[in-house]
Design a protein around this ligand. Structure first.
Ligand code: ZN
Length: 83
């Protein structure tokens, strides 16, 4: 199981950091990027992938964002604190 297996939407990308800019998720529709703090436990990685995908799967190609940075911050804080 890898985090990418949880991302079916082709506009949501998980950059693996080999470009030297660090591991990060990107929604190419709204342009939002989320770079989790490393290192990550595998289960946290998977949870973040699911959360990021869930909040961006309804983004439109027009660039209209359905997600807010506040939501993502809250998700990350909850996951990282083990809540
Ligand atoms: Zn988006």
């Amino acid at each position: 199981m890898t985090p990418m297996e949880h991302i079916k939407e082709d506009w949501i990308i998980l950059h693996d950091g080999t470009d030297g800019r660090g591991l990060r998720y990107e929604c190419t529709r709204c342009g939002r990027v989320y770079a989790p703090a490393l290192p990550l436990e595998v289960e946290v990685f998977v949870a973040l992938s699911k959360a990021f995908t869930r909040h961006h799967k309804r983004c439109r190609p027009s660039g209209e964002s359905r997600a807010s940075s506040e939501i993502e911050t809250r998700i990350a804080a909850a996951i990282e604190s083990g809540a």
